[in-house]
Design a protein around this ligand. Structure first.
Ligand code: IMP
Length: 193
């Protein structure tokens, strides 16, 4: 079976990706190719950051690969935290710090619309392709649920009465922003030949 690098060491993402791509590729992580670099993510778009990571692996290690970049965009905050989602409350901040910062910024704000975004950049056989997944919802005004990570406890997707953090990982992975982007990549891979 062909192998490809997924430019990540996040074990949750690797499990999900390995399961969903098992009929296409054997997936190698960054660790598997002995890449321990702190890969720069300095672009101001999800596409730019995903491509930066994918290019790093392709250019320095010479492997076909794909990379993802995700975050949450909040309408009333002009799209922030966006590409700064991981470190929104500052270097070394916790998920809770980020959530508290968002809550504070939205105090008294009626517009709670937000969306999670994932962009995957695939570099395969000399071609570059992008796949975008989005899930729209609202930022609620309290923390709810103990599953997941990041902004999950304050994000309630449209059509659900639970936050991402109140869903089990299985339910979330069926429709999450990452799952949507991944499904688009799978459709592309299925129709490519
Ligand atoms: P990454 O690009 O997937 O590493 O995501 C960057 C940041 O976006 C994470 O550190 C989280 O703060 C946030 N984020 C991305 N995906 C999710 C999610 O599914 N739930 C909650 N937060 C997320």
């Amino acid at each position: 079976m062909e192998s490809i690098v997924f430019a990540s060491n996040n074990s949750h993402k690797l499990d999900e990706v390995r399961e969903k791509l098992k009929s296409f590729f054997e997936i190698n992580s960054l660790k598997d190719i002995s890449c321990f670099d702190d890969i720069p993510e300095t672009a101001d778009t999800f596409e730019g950051n995903a491509e930066q990571k994918a290019n790093w692996v392709l250019e320095k290690y010479n492997y076909d690969c794909f990379a993802d970049d995700s975050g949450i965009e909040i309408e009333a905050l002009d799209g922030r935290p966006g590409v700064f989602s991981a470190r929104y409350a500052g270097e070394n901040c916790t998920y809770e710090d980020n959530n508290l910062k968002v809550m504070k910024e939205l105090e008294g704000e009626a517009n709670r619309n937000a969306k999670f975004v994932t962009v995957i950049c695939l570099k395969l056989n000399g071609k570059t392709k992008f796949f975008r997944g989005e899930v729209k919802g609202k930022i609620i005004s309290e923390f709810r649920g103990g599953e997941g990570f990041g902004y999950d406890p304050i994000f309630r997707p449209y059509g659900y009465d639970k936050t991402y953090a109140e869903m089990g990982i299985e339910e979330k992975n069926k429709f999450s922003h990452r799952a949507v982007a991944l499904s688009k990549m799978i459709s592309y891979l299925s129709n490519k030949n």
